[in-house]
Design a binder for this molecule. Structure first.
Ligand code: NAD
Length: 367
């Protein structure tokens, strides 16, 4: 059988810097855990524009549709700010998401004990936090028609439409139930069924899908209450599933429970391919961080944790994903910090490469 295939798109800014550390981790799993990947690397975003005059070349798009998983660094930067909308680096990422039809966006909010002080909430509220938000990514109010700014009488009106079909709700609900089955088997669905018809349908469909997952305990919550509960007592949740708009807001809110942008991974999953694996794109939540590019200051952990998600969700290597997460946990517990993780007490921060060294050493120690 051939090795699983990975397309790596480092992108712009700190993307290539953090991805260089991920590549070392991938090589480690090949050499030390007999888990070799066929890796190819290509351009996306500004880097692709510089070479091809487009933020995503058609050949790269075609490869993304063929490989088992795509791993992306970050796109964007001030150099490209003046470009036409259709040529901006972000369009490359949006095209990937759209053509791969990645409808299920997984955003974990996990608080490493060593970093609990970084949260804006009290340590006891967030220590040990491990929740997952599943956001519908390809439909809802960001895509619904009609949309636009129209003349109405003597003033203008701005219109966006929240629209969900049953099948769109069902497929993201299934992906959330599947996820809950691999975790603590609790799923909370959030909408506003009290004031939105799309919310009524959302609740109905999620409840219907629940019949296929009798082991999962399903609850429903209005999304505004969900926002309050996330900051009041986030540990009550295991998996949360919600629509595109609420998911956008709630996942950013949950992310900040854990402290630093440099720590946050994500996965976007689509329908299963012929080999049973879902179409998948893994990427850190952070952007290209032009303010620290080229200085060796970037924290590579978000990108490395994105690879851990790939191990778990694309390659069925949950134990190896846990090994990698435990290595990161132990490095942090030992006091390793990049500049973004330095507390008020100060100290000398590690470089991006030194953090990579420390994680590889912890992986070696795990054998
Ligand atoms: P950003 O995430 O790039 O940076 C925000 C702040 O967090 C900066 O101070 C940065 O130095 C810091 N930071 C981010 N990642 C870090 C890391 N790994 N280690 C240490 N510090 C880190 O967001 P921004 O400044 O709003 O955007 C910069 C560029 O990135 C823009 O062009 C934007 O469009 C793009 N962007 C891309 C993505 C993506 O590729 N998915 C996401 C967000 C922003």
């Amino acid at each position: 059988m051939s090795n699983p295939s990975l397309l790596i798109l480092p992108g712009d800014g700190i993307g290539p810097e953090v991805m260089a550390q991920v590549t070392r981790v991938i090589d480690w799993f090949g050499a030390k855990r007999d888990l070799p990947f066929d890796v190819e690397t290509d351009l996306v975003g500004g880097a692709a524009y510089d070479k091809h005059g487009t933020p995503l070349h058609d050949d790269t798009m075609a490869r993304a549709l063929e490989v088992d998983a795509v791993l992306l660094g970050a796109v964007g930067g001030p150099k490209y700010d003046e470009l036409d909308f259709s040529l901006k680096p972000e369009r490359g990422l949006l095209r990937l998401r759209k053509e791969m039809d990645l409808f299920s966006n997984l955003r974990p909010a996990q608080c490493f004990d060593a970093l609990a002080d970084f949260s804006s909430l009290k340590k006891e509220v967030v220590a040990g936090l491990d929740i997952m938000i599943v956001r519908e990514l390809t439909s809802g109010v960001y895509f619904g028609e009609p949309r636009g700014i129209f003349e109405e009488g003597n003033e203008r009106v701005g219109i966006n439409t929240q629209r969900y079909t049953e099948s769109e709700i069902e497929r993201v609900a299934r992906s959330a139930f599947e996820l809950a089955m691999r975790r603590d088997k609790r799923l909370c669905s959030m909408e506003k069924a009290n004031v939105m018809e799309s919310g009524v349908l959302w609740r109905e469909v999620v409840t219907r899908v629940a019949a296929d997952y009798p082991e999962v305990e399903l609850s429903h919550m209005y999304a505004d209450n969900g926002a309050m509960q996330l900051v009041r007592a986030p540990k009550q949740f295991d998996v949360i599933v919600t629509d595109n708009l609420f998911g956008d807001v709630l996942s950013d809110c949950a992310a900040m429970l854990t402290g630093s942008l440099g720590m946050l991974p994500s996965a976007s999953l689509g329908a299963p391919m012929a080999n049973g694996r879902p179409k998948a794109l893994y990427e850190p939540v952070h952007g290209s961080a032009p303010d620290i590019t080229g200085q060796g200051k970037a924290n590579p952990i978000a990108c490395i944790l994105s690879f851990a998600m790939a191990l778990r969700y694309s390659f069925d290597q949950g134990d190896e994903a846990a090994r990698l997460e435990a290595a990161i946990e132990s490095v942090l517990a030992g006091g390793a910090r990049t500049a973004d993780l330095m507390g008020p007490e100060g100290g000398t921060p590690m470089s991006t490469t030194e953090m990579g060294d420390a994680i590889l050493a912890a992986l070696d120690a795990s054998l």
